[in-house]
Design a protein. Structure first.
Length: 459
């Protein structure tokens, strides 16, 4: 069949409050022109993130009822731990309340001032946790990954030569680990090939540097390998996943993505001494090592979701439906990162709004206009999220290499007609794109400023 349908039925619904443009103007102003600060009830289609926003299955809800809430040694943790060990093959599994907690623990132990952490592209919380330790989060994605319009099957790949150059110039002792984000969220949700994972792993082991995966979207990455990389089309997603993790020494994971859960994460390692230090730190802020800040019911939902996410009917639907949105935006003349990623479509705001310079945040302006037009909430991945601000000079001193707006699709949540509504809203918006104004920041914190900064439109 040519038509790819949702491989699930809807059992429960949540009402959406429709709103007028004038009402949305009020809501956005009240939120200081920051989509993160808009109340969810005032959003029609919420594409801010796919993190923890998906719909859980009937089996996951049944698992929630089985949750063992014992403080220590719960049966739910045993299921959680054995599922992750079975899928990913790591010896030590440490639960955390979400992915950034796993990052904080890992980098708190391994990083010191002056260290450098290479990655294809760090995401916001990863970068912030590294920089908070006084280390440098260095992005070394392949050149194609920095060009939104270039068509390449694995634009998330790490540049191996730049990785080698980094180790040679910085020195092995200042690089506590090498990380690879799958899929590459900040780079347009682009996948990483198995060949590249293997090459990074081989090099890391040759210089005796631990190699970690940021595994938030491991199943989507595996499916891209299956359909795009030679030699994998006849392999199951499960087999591809197992091979991917076999090359790593550990991973961080936000289970709010490919765990299809509303909360949770974990940190994995094969090093017993490191794992013990991580557990000791976990107890200080997250909780006992068999719950790590999560309820037993959350551990159950994650264990089930990690298996369900590898279902190939689901993954085919997931990748196809995301591609549908991207292809229709292209037909409207809206530039996106190509080819479409797995969990999101990334609009190239720099190309769409060339009259707005980076210091006026074209991605942020576009995200605000999308909300005003159709009540659609998205997120900027550009010079607000990744720019550097000098608080003494009171100006930005570094702008992001790309000015993107991410439309992240929650898992098993929105229907075809709701995505068509997004497309129609963008069709209306692009007709007045030349009238969109840039923005200025009126308040910002020193870390992760996109979450809580205040803005105004420029005249």
């Amino acid at each position: 069949m040519k038509t790819i349908i949702e491989p699930f039925r809807i059992k429960s619904v949540e009402p959406i409050k429709m709103s007028t443009r004038s009402a949305r103007e009020f809501y956005l102003q009240a939120a200081h022109y920051n989509p993160f600060l808009i109340y969810a009830k005032d959003v029609i289609i919420d594409l801010l993130t796919d993190s923890g926003t998906g719909a859980m299955s009937s089996e996951q809800w049944a698992g929630i009822m089985r949750g063992d809430e014992s403080y220590a040694g719960s049966v739910s943790f045993q299921r959680f731990e054995s599922t992750i060990k079975d899928i990913m093959g790591f010896e030590y599994v440490i639960p955390t309340h979400q992915g950034r907690a796993a990052e904080r623990i890992l980098f708190s132990i391994l990083c010191k001032d002056g260290d450098v952490i290479p990655n294809n592209t760090h995401f916001d919380t990863t970068r912030a946790n590294i920089e908070f330790r006084g280390a440098e989060a260095r992005d070394i994605v392949i050149d194609e990954g920095m060009n939104p319009s270039t068509d390449h099957p694995f634009k998330g790949n790490m540049n191996i030569q730049k990785l080698k150059d980094t180790v040679n110039s910085v020195g092995r002792d200042r690089i506590p680990l090498i990380m690879l984000t799958i899929t590459n969220n900040s780079g347009g949700g682009q996948p990483v090939s198995m060949e590249n994972i293997r090459e990074v792993s081989n090099f890391a082991r040759s210089v005796e540097i631990p190699f970690y995966l940021d595994a938030c979207r491991f199943a989507e990455n595996a499916y891209f390998i299956k359909i795009r990389e030679e030699g994998y089309k006849d392999k199951t997603v499960r087999a591809i996943v197992e091979e991917m993790f076999s090359y790593a020494d550990g991973c961080t994971m936000s289970a709010k993505k490919d765990g299809i859960a509303n909360i949770g994460g974990f940190l994995c390692s094969n090093n017993p001494d490191l794992a013990q230090r991580e557990k000791d730190l976990l107890i200080l802020t997250e909780g006992f090592p068999t719950y790590g800040g999560l309820a037993g019911r959350d551990l159950e939902a994650i264990a089930i979701g990690l298996v369900e996410v590898m279902d190939e009917d689901y993954l085919k639907y997931r990748i196809t439906s995301t591609g549908y949105l991207g292809e229709n935006l292209l037909k409207l003349g809206i530039p996106i990162v190509q080819p479409p990623g797995g969990h999101a479509i990334y609009i190239d705001a720099k190309m769409m709004l060339p009259h707005i310079p980076p210091n006026q945040y074209p991605g942020w302006a576009l995200a605000c206009e999308m909300y005003l037009e159709g009540g659609i909430r998205s997120v900027e991945i550009g010079s607000v999220m990744f720019g550097k601000h000098d608080f003494e000079q009171k100006k930005d001193v570094v702008h992001a290499p790309m000015e993107l707006v991410r439309l992240a699709i929650p898992r098993r949540t929105y229907t075809q007609s709701q995505i068509d509504y997004v497309i129609e809203s963008m069709e209306n918006l692009i007709k007045r794109k030349d009238k969109i104004h840039g923005m200025k920041i009126t308040y910002q914190p020193k870390f992760l400023r996109h979450f809580s900064s205040h803005f105004e439109f420029l005249p």
